[in-house]
Design a protein around this ligand. Sequence first.
Ligand SMILES: [Zn+2]
Length: 106
Amino acid sequence: MLEINQYFCVNESCIHYGVRGQGNIIKSGTYGKFDRQLLQCKTCKKRFSETRNTAFFGSKYSANTIKMIIRLVAEGNGVRATARFLELDYSVVHKVRKNNRVVRIE
Ligand SMILES: [Zn+2]
């Protein structure tokens, strides 16, 4: 998880939408098999996953598996080769690659 001030409200009608460091984001429990963090905007009360808009969102695979997929593809391995190496279905690697737009690997 990033520092809490690195997250921003995802509600487009909120005055703090897309603005970091306003002190409006708080932790609001966890969910799912991997205890992913839920966050809440104190301004508009909207709750959302810390993984929203990332390759991790909605995945049934661990963060380590997702990171490994991203690293292998970033190193120039093809989607099918990555799937064979990690013994995953091609569609899993394809989905992660497609959704990997804003993810950070720590
Ligand atoms: Zn908000």
